[in-house]
Design a protein around this ligand. Structure first.
Ligand code: AMP
Ligand code: MG
Length: 487
C-alpha cells in the first residue's frame, strides 16, 4: 500500500510534445473537501484507502497541490458533435495530471475534471459542478461493478467556489482514471488539420502503448482498428443489454479503448423504452437508447475516415462491416444469460424482441423484471410477473414459449437457476432518482447518501441487508427527471 507521495509517474502522453497538449496548472477550488472516494479505484494505484481522509488528499485533487513529477496538460482534439464536425475541441475543463504505474505494471491516466480554464475552454468557465461530478463518480464505479468497461473515478472533491449554470451551484472536481484518455476525436483533429507528422506520431503512440499485440500483425493499424471495432461492438452490446443510455455519443466522447467515457446526461432505463432519450438537449433523439447501436457504427466510420492515411478504404469498409454482426452476437449472448438460458436456439432473438415489445407496451421495469424472473422456477416467476403487463394474453403467449424453451434446456434446480441468473441480473442500478436524492443531500453538505449509494452499487448482484429502498421502481417524480448537458 502506498502513501500519496509514493506514486510513480511516467508521463508518456506529455512527452509527445506541445502539438498534442498544452501545459496548464489546475486552478484551485475554495475550501476543498472530500465528498467521496472509491477504495476500489484507489487500489488501482496501490493507494492505502486511509489516505483519502487526509487533508492533503483533498488539496491534491482540489487543485491546491501537485506532485513534483506530475505534468498537467490540456489535450487538444476535435470531433463530430450531434453529427456535425467541430474542428476545435479539447480539454476545456479537465487536465491530464500525469500517468501513474501501479505495482502490477498497469498504467493509469490521472485526469482532473473541473480544474479550471484552458486554451480549449471556448466560452466555458472550466468548472464542473458537484451534481455532475457525483453523477460521473457513481456511474463510473457502478458500470465497472456491473462488468461494463468504463473509465473509473477515484474521488469527488467539493468546494465553496460558486459556479453559475441555470442557477448558482458549487464547483467540484472529479479525479478520473483510465488507461488512456485518447478519443476518436484525437485522430480526427490531426487528420482534418492535415498535421501529417503529428497524426503519424499519435497513431504510433496508440499502437505501441495501447494495442501492442497488433504490432505483430501483418497490417498493424488495420489490426488496431479491428480491435477498436470489436471492443465498441461489445461495449454497446453491454449498454443495450443492461439499459444504459450514454446520452452524448459524440466522437470526442468515444474512447479508443472501447470503454464508457465522458459522462454527461446518461441514464439507466427504469421502464423499458427503446425510444428513451436521456439528454433533454437531444431534440431529434440522435442518441436515444435504441439509436446507440447504429450511432456506434457511425462513430467508428468517423474514426475510419481519420485512419485513411494508414489503412485502405476497402479494408476499413470490410472491418466496419464486422460491427453489427459482432454487436448482435454479444447482445444475444448477454440476453440469453439474462433469461437464464445456457444454450442457443435459432428463435432466441425473436423471444427477446417479443419480450422487449411487451415490456415497452406496458412500461415494465427493465432491471427488476429480469431479477424477479430468476427468483424462482420459470413457471412461478412468469405467473407472478404477469400482473406487470397490460397485455396479459400477449404475455401469456410469450411466457408459454419461454417455459417451453427453459424446459428444453433440461432441468436445472431452482437454486442453480437463481444463482446463475442473479449473477447476471443486477438488483441495484444507478437510477436517476437515486442519484438525485444523493445529490440533493450532498448539496446541503450531507454526503452520507452518496456513500451509501456508492456502496450498494459496488455489489449490484448481491442482495444487501437493509437496502430494499434501492431496489424499488422509481416514485412518479423520479421517472422523468430531465438531465441537462450543462454540467
Ligand atoms: P462534454 O459535453 O462535457 O463532453 O464537453 C464538450 C466540450 O466542451 C469539451 O471540449 C469540453 O472540454 C468543453 N466543456 C464542457 N463544459 C465546459 C466548461 N464548463 N468549461 C470549459 N469547457 C467546457
Ligand atoms: Mg467530452
Amino acid at each position: 500500500m502506498k502513501a500519496l507521495d509514493d506514486l510513480t509517474f511516467d508521463n508518456r502522453f506529455a512527452r509527445l510534445g506541445d502539438g498534442f497538449s498544452t501545459h496548464v496548472l489546475p486552478e484551485p477550488i475554495d475550501a476543498p473537501r472530500l465528498v467521496v472516494a472509491s477504495s476500489a479505484a484507489m487500489a488501482l494505484l496501490d493507494l492505502d484507502p486511509a489516505v483519502a481522509q487526509t487533508p492533503v488528499f483533498a488539496e491534491l485533487f482540489g487543485g491546491h497541490k501537485l506532485w513534483a513529477e506530475a505534468e498537467p496538460r490540456a489535450m487538444v482534439y476535435s470531433g463530430h458533435q450531434f453529427g456535425s464536425y467541430n474542428p476545435q475541441l479539447g480539454d476545456g475543463r479537465g487536465l491530464l495530471l500525469g500517468e501513474v504505474y501501479n505495482a502490477a505494471g498497469e498504467h493509469w491516466d490521472l485526469h482532473l475534471k473541473g480544474a479550471g480554464q484552458t486554451p480549449y475552454s471556448r466560452m466555458g468557465d472550466g468548472r464542473a459542478v458537484l451534481r455532475s461530478s457525483i453523477r460521473e463518480f457513481l456511474a463510473s464505479e457502478a458500470l465497472h461493478a456491473l462488468g461494463i468497461p468504463s473509465s473509473r473515478a477515484l474521488c469527488v472533491i467539493g468546494s465553496d467556489t460558486p459556479v453559475w449554470r441555470e442557477k448558482q451551484e458549487r464547483a467540484a472536481m472529479v479525479l478520473r482514471l483510465a488507461p488512456s484518455h485518447i478519443r476518436f476525436g484525437h485522430f480526427e483533429y490531426f487528420y482534418y488539420t492535415q498535421k501529417t507528422e503529428l497524426h503519424q506520431q499519435l497513431a504510433e503512440h496508440v499502437l505501441k502503448l495501447h494495442f501492442p499485440e497488433c504490432q505483430e500483425q501483418p497490417e498493424p493499424y488495420l489490426a488496431m482498428f479491428r480491435e477498436i471495432v470489436e471492443r465498441n461492438a461489445e461495449l454497446i452490446a453491454k449498454w443495450q443489454a443492461y439499459g444504459f443510455c450514454h446520452g452524448v455519443m459524440n466522437t470526442d466522447n468515444m474512447s479508443i479503448l472501447g470503454i464508457t467515457f465522458d459522462f454527461g446526461p446518461f441514464a439507466f432505463l427504469d421502464d423499458f423504452d427503446a425510444h428513451f432519450i436521456c439528454n433533454h438537449s437531444d431534440h431529434e433523439g440522435r442518441y436515444s437508447f435504441s439509436n446507440q447501436v447504429p450511432i456506434g457504427q457511425w462513430n467508428l466510420s468517423a474514426l475510419a475516415q481519420a485512419l485513411t492515411p494508414y489503412i485502405s478504404v476497402e479494408s476499413l469498409r470490410e472491418t466496419l462491416g464486422l460491427y453489427l454482426p459482432l454487436y448482435q452476437a454479444h447482445y444475444l449472448d448477454l440476453m440469453r444469460r439474462r433469461l437464464g438460458l445456457t444454450t442457443a436456439e435459432d428463435d432466441d432473438q425473436k423471444l427477446v424482441e417479443r419480450l422487449l415489445q411487451l415490456m415497452q407496451n406496458s412500461g415494465v421495469d427493465y432491471t427488476l423484471f429480469f431479477r424477479r424472473l430468476g427468483d424462482e422456477s420459470a413457471a412461478l416467476a412468469v405467473a407472478r410477473l404477469r400482473d406487470d403487463f397490460v397485455d396479459r394474453e400477449g404475455f401469456d403467449a410469450w411466457a408459454d414459449e419461454y417455459k417451453a424453451r427453459v424446459e428444453r434446456e433440461g432441468n436445472a434446480s431452482e437454486t442453480q437457476r437463481r444463482e446463475r441468473m442473479h449473477a447476471v441480473n443486477p438488483l441495484y442500478i444507478l437510477r436517476n432518482y437515486l442519484a438525485q436524492n444523493a445529490i440533493t443531500a450532498a448539496e446541503s453538505g450531507d454526503y452520507s447518501e452518496v456513500h451509501r449509494l456508492h456502496e450498494v452499487l459496488s455489489k449490484p448482484f448481491e442482495e444487501q441487508a437493509g437496502m430494499e429502498q434501492y431496489a424499488q421502481r422509481p416514485p412518479d417524480w423520479g421517472k422523468h427527471l430531465e438531465i441537462s448537458c450543462s454540467s
